[in-house]
Design a protein around this ligand. Sequence first.
Ligand SMILES: Cc1cc2nc3c(=O)[nH]c(=O)nc-3n(C[C@H](O)[C@H](O)[C@H](O)COP(=O)(O)OP(=O)(O)OC[C@H]3O[C@@H](n4cnc5c(N)ncnc54)[C@H](O)[C@@H]3O)c2cc1C
Length: 202
Amino acid sequence: MYDLKALYEAESVAHAIQILQEHPEAQIIAGGSDVLVQMREGRRAGKELVSIYKIDEMRGISYEEDGAIRIGSLTSFSHITKDPIIQKHINVLGEAVDMVGGPQIRNIGTIGGNTCNGVTSADSASTLRAWDAIVEITGPDGVRRIPIHDFYIKAGVVDLKPAEIQTAIIIPKEHTKATTDITLNTQCVMQWISQQQDVLSM
Ligand SMILES: Cc1cc2nc3c(=O)[nH]c(=O)nc-3n(C[C@H](O)[C@H](O)[C@H](O)COP(=O)(O)OP(=O)(O)OC[C@H]3O[C@@H](n4cnc5c(N)ncnc54)[C@H](O)[C@@H]3O)c2cc1C
């Protein structure tokens, strides 16, 4: 059913890059919700795969030193939706990825896979673009960061060079602050409307 030549399991980002350099034809597999479906359909028949799924340094959500939000590329959709940092600053992203497939797909599917497959209609894509997300890519020449609108080259094609891995997606600080401001403004407007309704009903 799955015509697979070999599966290599990377233990760290550096290890994954090394395997990808040693096996230039190998393809990355993260949660596998796209890759395994394609393999089952015979579209990746006879391929070598490099699993990055066990690389915990690529998983989770945290603040960067400047206050930007760092989302590890292996973070699942379920994790993003429930994460307190996301809920506080960019709840809209949590809501967007909560639309993906069913619970099983949201538990296994990663935000890295959702962007690296180059599907512009992917549920995370429009929100990340609207928030001017930055994509962090790690490869043999080190780490580079590019705006997400440059990462998408065309449908199904992203800016990943040989042996490169997407390691994180960054939401710049100015946007997380904007949310707080918008939230505060919204709360002020709601309070004002509520006060006006009180006045009208008196
Ligand atoms: C039943 C079903 C329903 C689905 N519904 C939706 C939906 O509603 N909305 C939606 O947007 N998607 C949906 N999908 C698609 C899929 O679940 C998502 O695109 C998911 O985010 C893919 O993540 P993954 O970790 O499983 O990726 P994988 O399948 O492991 O990889 C996808 C692609 O990205 C590459 N890749 C993955 N991670 C990295 C990385 N860190 N660095 C470099 N390359 C990488 C892989 O080489 C591969 O080309 C659905 C899929 C299924 C099977």
